[in-house]
Unconditional design. Structure first.
Length: 273
């Protein structure tokens, strides 16, 4: 085997091995979802068994899955749209009309992501109670928007900075104002980046569990809180918990697979000129 072919073969094997290691927890969860509770906690693990849909049937009978699913869709999509609408003009201003403190503002926005959420749980809980946003879709939508806004602004800012300023200067010389430059020039050119930002924001909102568990009870609970219902003081029911987790991550997993090309294309936007 030639050195180049041997190198490609080794790299391919290592990539498949790394992929399997990363995917193994999800694979194990999928397998466990079709076991009985006795098989799920058996030691050594049961590898060969008769798959059963009993866990899914019990979950659908004991909980209104569509209610949780609808909450997740509404909150994730709503927070993404709101965050993108706020982030677009903010990133545009920071990229093309920077001030003396623009870099400091960007660093400060990103630094808010470094603070542990539990550190502000009590004040957020009290604020939500005071303004009547506890267990409401609007409350979680607004909160997820604020949580993801630093990431949205930073990504959009990066995409906008990759656009040559000469293009906007030419449009300005032709009489186009800032609004026309933004709508007719900048948005079409950075559409892949905007799409990837929105896709990432949806995924982050869908998977957010801390705030949904602590700030909802029944009305606005998304699928992340739906999973937590299958842990109890008596212990964890691993088979049902795995089935609930599969039902929760299944939609966003399929969504990620379907949009992976657009996501990668947007994330590599401007990498090659």
């Amino acid at each position: 085997m030639r050195p180049s072919l041997r190198y490609r073969f080794i790299v391919t094997i290592l990539c498949w091995l790394l992929t399997f290691i990363l995917f193994f927890p999800i694979l194990w969860m999928i397998v466990t979802a079709f076991k009985t509770e006795q098989q799920a906690i058996a030691s050594p693990p049961v590898l060969f068994f008769q798959p059963s849909l009993h866990n899914f049937e019990e979950i659908l009978e004991s909980a209104d899955y569509l209610h949780f699913f609808a909450n997740s869709v509404i909150i994730s999509v709503g927070s993404t749209l709101l965050g993108t609408l706020i982030g677009l003009p903010a990133a545009y201003a920071l990229a093309f009309y920077p001030g003396k403190r623009s870099k400091d503002l960007l660093v400060w926005m990103l630094s808010t992501k470094m603070m542990p959420a539990v550190g502000v749980l009590v004040p957020m809980y009290l604020i939500f109670q005071w303004v009547g946003l506890m267990d409401t879709r609007f409350g979680l939508t607004a909160l997820y928007t604020l949580v993801n806004l630093p990431i949205i602004v930073w990504m959009l800012f990066t995409f906008f900075k990759d656009v040559p300023k000469e293009i906007l200067d030419a449009a300005r010389m032709d009489g186009a104002g800032p609004l026309k430059q933004f709508v007719w020039m900048l948005l079409p050119m950075t559409l892949p980046g905007i799409a990837s930002t929105a896709l990432l924001a949806i995924i982050l909102s869908w998977n957010e569990a801390f705030w949904s568990i602590n700030l909802t009870v029944t009305q606005a609970t998304p699928l992340t809180a739906f999973i937590a219902r299958f842990s109890s003081p008596e212990g964890l029911f691993w088979a049902k918990l795995s089935a609930a987790s599969l039902m929760a991550i299944g939609p966003i997993l399929i969504f990620g697979w379907l949009t992976q090309r657009q996501l990668v294309r947007g994330l590599t936007f401007g990498a090659v000129k």
